[in-house]
Ligand binder design. Structure first.
Ligand code: GLN
Length: 484
């Protein structure tokens, strides 16, 4: 069962090959047997999941099952879930039980998807390796000495190890695409505003976007159909119709104009990744796509701009964790200042504290113009470069990450080389564009993906091209031996 895609599971449920309860119990058992070694979950909700499966089986027997009834999923622990601990990977929220559901959680629940639990993540989504979690590092199912990528590392590793059919994630600078690439699965970050951020614990609000971690582009389309759409509770969500993303999957790609981003093929790119992407391009070309070069010159400034803007927004967002209203509170504070200081000092991890300090510094009077304003100007230039490129091409292609998954501990002392892992992903967050990562090969036994970036609201076109790739290759069907 666990090797099936969402649509195969739905077919099997319809044909009564198994019940929702059997499907859920099977995945719950796998989690019990296999997750101790991977550490992909922070919280299990097995009992609630089985109870819900029984309810959905009854509904199905009456012909009243909602469209995704029984599909086993998991939520990144950044999404608020009513009555269930929501930690954001932080000691600060270790004692926090959300009083309400995030819109994404609510929508998936309404169509019958069943959550098996909350997945591990870098603290407050800050990281590229999932080593910054209060709950310990997640292991990559393809190699237990390797990181799964971050910050949605628990979600990506759980899907790759076939512990659930799909999972939610968030992407502020690459946190869906990067772990998807490193775990050999499909990850899609939609256009900023396409999916509601309500109930998603904020990291950098102008960049954060919820999306999907799945086995295939088809599964991503199925989930995006549910997750996308206007939400009056999120003032930045787009007031626009949502297309049926599954409709465009099989469109022919002849005449599709694909741009190869020149800046993405320079120094530091693993040669196997480069040749994997070239092979995919050849395949697209023989299916009729027209390939040309494009350039995003301002992308060379993307990392410094991102690492000013994201910490600046984080410093404001994380000021709410003061030990007073919710979350961690230190023992016996001497006075109010001591309460604030010790609660924040003991509640936050090192990376989070560093970013709060960098962000506060960048926003302070006297430095605002030199750092924050300049970073916002770079952001505008990156957006303009993309808009110019999208006058010539329909989609842009490049690698997702410069290397396959690195070893646990390898980069934790070297912040710059960790931040450089985001070099190909953060440009689309800065511009607000949709982008996905799709498995396209292996390097040193570890998977990697090709990144496809689309114009605003062009998720359907990204998924169309990715589906074509997945019709012609089997990379997305491969699973790590121990977990197949
Ligand atoms: N690695 C980036 C960071 O640490 C991106 C994280 C994310 O997308 N949430 O900020």
């Amino acid at each position: 069962m666990h090797e099936q895609s969402i649509s195969q599971m739905l077919d099997a449920l319809d044909r009564k090959e198994y019940s929702c309860e059997e499907l859920i119990t099977h995945h719950v058992d796998r989690i019990h047997q296999l997750d101790e070694q991977l550490n992909t979950f922070i919280t299990h909700t097995a009992e609630q999941a089985v109870t819900r499966a029984r309810v959905l089986d009854t509904a199905r027997a009456k012909g009243e099952a909602p469209p995704l009834a029984g599909i086993p999923i998991a939520h990144k622990d950044i999404f608020c879930t009513e009555g269930v601990k929501t930690s954001a990977g932080s000691h600060m929220l270790d004692n926090f039980t959300s009083p309400y559901d995030a819109t994404v959680v609510e929508k998936l629940q309404a169509v019958g998807a069943i959550s098996l639990g909350k997945t591990n993540m870098d603290e407050f989504a800050m990281g590229s390796s999932n080593e910054n979690s209060y709950y310990g590092a997640v292991k990559n199912p393809w190699s237990e000495t390797a990181v799964p990528g971050g910050s949605s590392g628990g979600s990506a590793a759980a899907v790759a190890a076939r512990l659930c059919a799909a999972a939610t994630g968030t992407d502020t600078g690459g946190s869906i695409r990067q772990p998807a690439s490193m775990c050999g699965i499909t990850g899609l970050k939609p256009t900023y505003g396409r999916v509601s951020r309500w109930g998603m614990i904020a990291y950098a609000s102008s960049l954060d976007q919820a999306g999907t971690l799945t086995r295939s582009a088809e599964d991503a389309a199925i989930l995006l159909n549910v997750m996308a759409g206007y939400d009056p509770k999120d003032s930045t969500s787009l007031f626009m119709d949502v297309p049926d993303y599954t409709q465009a999957l099989n469109k022919p790609i002849d005449g599709l104009r694909i741009g190869v981003c020149q800046e993405y093929f320079g120094q530091g790119l693993d040669p196997d990744i480069e040749s994997g992407i070239q092979l995919a391009l050849k395949m697209f070309e023989s299916a009729g796509a027209v390939i040309s070069d494009v350039t995003i010159p301002a992308s060379q400034h993307a990392i410094p701009a991102y690492y000013v803007i994201a910490p600046a927004e984080a410093s404001a967002n994380l000021s709410r964790y003061d030990g007073v209203r919710f979350g961690y509170r230190c023992e016996s504070p001497a006075d109010l200042a001591d309460l604030y200081q010790r609660s924040r000092n003991e509640g936050f991890g090192t990376e989070v504290k560093q970013r709060i300090m960098v962000g506060s510094f960048a926003l302070s009077a006297g430095y605002y113009d030199a750092y924050y304003r300049k970073a916002q100007q770079i952001r505008r230039l990156i957006k303009d470069d993309f808009l110019a490129a999208f006058k010539k091409v329909d989609l842009i292609i490049g690698p997702t990450t410069p290397t396959p998954a690195f070893k646990i501990g390898e980069k934790s002392e070297d912040q710059i080389s960790m931040y450089l892992q985001d070099i190909y992903t953060i440009t689309s967050n800065l511009a607000g564009l949709p982008a996905g990562s799709f498995p396209v090969g292996f390097s040193q036994g570890l998977p990697f993906g090709v990144q496809i970036i689309g114009n605003y609201l062009d998720e359907a076109r990204i998924l169309n091209l990715a589906h074509r790739l997945q019709l012609e290759t089997d990379w997305h069907k491969m699973s790590p031996e121990e977990f197949s």
